[in-house]
Design a protein around this ligand. Structure first.
Ligand SMILES: [Zn+2]
Length: 568
């Protein structure tokens, strides 16, 4: 029997004593400075009983030695502190992104590098499902990579079909491009008043739908995506992707418990099972719940959600979104703004409301993570936290700057004084680093973006993240980016912001646990912590740093239970 460590409520702690299993491994990296490396780890009741030599582990009495990891390297269970459960839903949709991408079977879906390849893929999908009447919906596309092509429009997609509606969802999840059949099905015309219906020089809709209100016009397609998001299979797939990528805990940064409390029952019914391969933390989007009127009502609703927490599915706090994305030119940029392109910077939360929104949560000691992409957002969020702490002395709040792509040294110095954390979007260096250098923010600011070394130097506790499904889930990749800072063109983007493999692994384990207030329970291999382990084929601390992202993943151990990766 697997017994979980105590969650926020000790009623979930089952006291049945299980057998003791000792796992020796080729190398075990603990992230415990008192003993950075051990020979074996003993597990009992879903928790780490001991880490040390084989003899020391045996000293706890009756035990079984399990040698399945004898040739592997064990590190603390990796914690993704910013992802989205869309990662699971997207795996159920055909993929048309630029980069090769892992799939749930453990193989790789090749990227699409030309419009011809995109159109061929759509034609194949049309032929395979002809007669269904359903729109063709694909995901992962990003026009920014196709620099030799004109931006994708309905004219391109009309070459696939003039009858079957097509919806190409962009990787950012903020835009889509549709064909004429889709525009016609939903009566989207030059007279449509909805903002975000992009128009060509002739004033007709060109097929691009920007942001949710415009995409929602193509409801026949959006409803397919929404259906996948609530599909139990998507939650199952998400768990297996976690095992494949060595993630033991995943935080959903857009959980909808405040908007749709009814959806929680399904989450619990799937994730609470012993055989579900990951712990899921829910950071709910700040929203007034049904039947509520004020932000106080919202904060009380978070407390109600937290009352249902289990060891596998828990409330992490709330998320506030301040602006858009840098590569989409919707991030709020301080002077001198974007390097090239047009500034479409958008406040997603009115700045003057931020303090009032956050106050009731802070007063109830509910942790707040705020999405800050552009550098105009960061001072606002730090000022807000400073004011919250002046009003109500919760000093160990660990409120966090999410994405933190353009945070500067002076921001980090203030954040350190205020007890704030950073979660840095290192995967951007690979996925958009060249575009940031050449197009969006220019060379100097691109060299300073994702500033892990500055965060470390200024004493801010930080993690690194994938924002999956925006980029593929997997901490070996986020670490590889933080350590090497190499872009697809071969450029090292800001060599002085590189950090050591040890610091990167710390960010992916203990750093993430800390900003989730869980560093007492996970993030390192120490007696008493959850038996959450990531099992790798090689050692990220001693391998050639450029090979970190290629290290094979055996799988994970979550609460003492092994979960093997699908390996293609
Ligand atoms: Zn996100």
């Amino acid at each position: 029997m697997i017994v979980e460590p105590p969650g926020p409520s000790t009623t979930h702690y089952r006291r049945t004593v299980s057998e003791t299993v000792v796992y020796p491994a080729r190398r075990i990296v603990t992230m415990d400075p008192a003993q950075p490396e051990v020979e074996a780890v003993a597990v009992r009741d879903g928790r780490i009983l001991a880490a040390g030599s084989l003899d020391e582990c045996a000293g706890w009495g009756d035990h079984r030695i399990d040698r399945r990891f004898a040739d592997h390297v064990i590190v603390p269970g990796m914690i993704e502190a910013h992802a989205h459960t869309l990662e699971g839903a997207f795996s159920l949709l055909p993929y048309v992104g630029w980069f090769d991408r892992h799939n749930v079977e453990g193989g790789t879906t090749p990227g699409i590098r030309t419009y011809d390849a995109l159109l061929d893929r759509l034609r194949q999908l049309d032929a395979a499902t002809r007669g269904s009447g359903e729109p063709i919906v694909v995901g992962g596309f990003d026009p920014i990579y196709f620099r030799d092509e004109q931006r994708l429009t309905r004219d391109h997609l009309d070459r696939v079909s003039t009858e079957r509606p097509i919806f190409v969802f962009h990787a950012s999840a903020h835009l889509a491009t549709v064909n004429t059949a889709m525009l016609e099905r939903h009566g989207i015309t030059r007279d449509s008043p909805t903002p975000g219906v992009a128009r060509g020089p002739d004033g007709e809709p060109n097929g691009e739908l920007q942001e949710i209100p415009a995409m929602a016009l193509a409801m026949s397609a959006l409803s397919i995506i929404l259906q996948k998001m609530n599909d139990p299979e998507a939650i199952e797939v998400l768990g297996q992707i976690c095992a494949n990528q060595g993630i033991t805990t995943l935080t959903d940064l857009a959980a909808a418990g405040l908007q749709r409390p009814d959806g929680q029952a399904q989450w619990h019914s799937i994730v609470d099972r012993e055989e579900y391969p990951a712990r899921i933390l829910q950071r709910h989007i700040a929203a007034i719940p049904p039947g509520g009127e004020t932000w106080d009502d919202a904060a009380e609703a978070v407390e109600r959600l937290a009352a249902d927490d289990t060891a596998k599915l828990r409330t992490a706090g709330i998320k506030v979104v301040l602006d858009g994305s840098i590569q989409g030119f919707t991030a709020k940029m301080d002077w001198p703004g974007y390097y090239t392109g047009t500034d479409h910077g958008q406040w997603m939360t009115p700045p003057e409301q931020l303090l009032d929104i956050c106050r009731p949560f802070h007063q109830r000691m509910i942790n707040i993570h705020t999405h800050c992409n552009g550098d105009l957002t960061i001072d606002l969020w730090i000022d807000t936290v400073e004011q919250l702490v002046r009003e109500s002395a919760w000093l160990d709040h660990r409120h966090t700057v999410q994405h933190s792509q353009l945070t500067k040294a002076h921001h980090f110095r203030r954040m350190a004084r205020l007890g704030m954390c950073a979660n840095i979007f290192t995967n951007h260096i690979w996925y958009w680093g060249d575009q940031h250098h050449d197009i969006t923010i220019g060379p100097e600011r691109a060299r300073r973006m994702e500033p892990c070394a500055t965060a470390e130097r200024e004493g801010v506790s930080f993690s690194i993240h994938s924002d999956a499904n925006v980029t593929p889930l997997g901490h070996l990749h986020t670490m590889w980016c933080a350590v090497n800072r190499v872009t697809p063109s071969g450029r090292v983007l800001g060599e002085r912001e590189r950090i050591s493999p040890y610091s990167a692994l710390r960010a992916a384990t203990l750093g993430a646990a800390h900003q989730l207030h869980l560093d007492g329970e996970m993030g390192s291999i120490e007696c008493g912590k959850a038996a959450d382990l990531t099992v790798l084929d090689d050692d990220p601390l001693t391998i050639d740093p450029m090979a970190i992202r290629d290290i094979g993943v055996w799988g994970t151990v979550v609460g003492g239970r092994p979960f093997a990766a699908n390996r293609g």
